[in-house]
Write a protein that binds this ligand. Structure first.
Ligand code: AQP
Length: 344
């Protein structure tokens, strides 16, 4: 007997992703996520949100949260998202995310969440003191994606495990509620340069907003001097650059800087090595600093100019929220009918 193949989702391709307003955006967020958003909006229907529901899984100052949301929106715009093409909105303005997340809390299994490595990293030694929201964060993430029946999710490598969980939740919902092919099993879009940018101080740790050392990351709001200085101070070694990537296997900091150069210049790592082979960091770092300043300083300038007009950013977010709710509401109505709830 042959096993029946599962009924696949037949709907259109749709992109969804988001970033938390929980600190300064950095080069890793830009290369791993924002740069991909701007590229993908031209290929398909694109929804990009500011993840302010996720942000409060750890403490956020209420007096600052709205401005933090505006900053992420400004970063989206400054890195090329066009609100006439993509739908850009704050997550908290679309209550359907939270409502679907509750239903998914009852679909997801404790054992699945227990395996999430990001919770272990973020809760640290005192996991009993972490918020319940931090633990169920990946379930809300599944709702963020599936409320729009998104099929493609551009993210950095660190989000792969959460995307697997989204696929498990979608498959279990489709199975449990006798709805074959109702939800898509979305694919993470991690390929391409910059999927995992490492700290400038430690080539084995991810570049991260929450790293206490500001020198570990290049912030999108850093000016030209700060960018150049952070690259000058980046940890490296005394060896010259090799001819092939194999020669960087045991040199994580050097490999990271080559990767950053390649991603910023839209070239392959090997291509960059071929240009710099035999040279030391004394020669390479100034070239990388020039490139990073040329690519990133204009983003910071543009963000500052956009943030000077809060009313304009708020209008873009309000329009995006209206469009997002129109897209989310029909999915939630269908889900409620499948679960056996009253409509409305
Ligand atoms: N170092 C990185 N390299 C490539 N991509 C990265 N991303 C984050 N760090 C890197 C991607 O950026 C997107 C938005 O991330 P987020 O702010 O929603 O959450 P995060 O992954 O928790 O970001 P941080 O900077 O690492 O924050 P903290 O320090 O709070 O943990 C995601 O697509 C992510 O993959």
């Amino acid at each position: 007997m042959t096993e029946e193949s599962p009924v696949l989702y037949q709907g259109p391709k749709r992109v969804l992703s988001g970033v938390q307003p929980s600190g300064d955006l950095h080069l890793g967020n830009y290369l791993g996520a924002l740069a991909k958003f701007a590229r993908m909006q031209h290929e398909t229907d694109t929804f990009i949100f500011v993840a302010d529901l996720h942000a409060i899984t750890v403490w956020q100052d209420p007096a600052k949260l709205k401005d933090q949301v505006r900053e992420i929106a400004a970063a989206y715009l400054a890195t090329g998202l066009d609100p006439k093409i993509a739908t850009i909105f704050p997550q908290s303005a679309v209550p359907e995310h939270a409502e679907l997340a509750w239903i998914f809390n009852c679909v997801a299994r404790l054992g699945w969440l227990d395996r999430m490595t990001q919770f272990k990293e973020k809760s640290g030694k005192h996991k009993e003191r972490a918020s319940v929201g931090l633990y169920t964060y990946p379930v809300l993430q599944a709702a963020d994606i599936l409320i729009y029946k998104a099929t493609h999710v551009p993210v950095g490598e660190d989000q792969r495990q959460h995307l697997e969980l989204t696929r498990d939740i979608a498959a279990k919902f489709n199975h449990d509620f006798d709805a074959p092919g109702f939800f898509p099993l979305p694919d993470p879009v991690t390929q391409g340069p910059g999927a995992r940018i490492m700290s400038l101080r430690d080539g084995t740790a991810k570049m991260s907003k929450s790293d206490p050392s500001d020198n570990s990351r290049i912030n999108l709001t850093d000016d030209a001097d700060a960018i150049a200085q952070k690259i000058r101070k980046a940890k490296t070694d005394a060896e010259p650059l090799p001819e092939t990537m194999d020669g960087l296997a045991e040199r994580p900091e050097a490999r990271n800087l080559i990767g950053v150069y390649a991603a910023l210049d839209s070239r392959s790592d090997q291509d960059v090595l071929t240009e710099f082979a035999g040279q030391g960091f004394g020669a390479f770092k100034p070239k990388l600093a020039d490139l990073a300043v040329a690519k990133l300083a204009p983003i910071g300038l543009q963000m500052r100019s956009l943030l000077a007009d809060k009313a304009q950013i708020d209008a873009i977010l309000a329009d995006g929220a209206y469009r997002a709710r129109n897209a989310a509401a029909p999915t939630l109505a269908e889900v409620k009918a499948k679960v056996g709830y009253w409509a409305g």
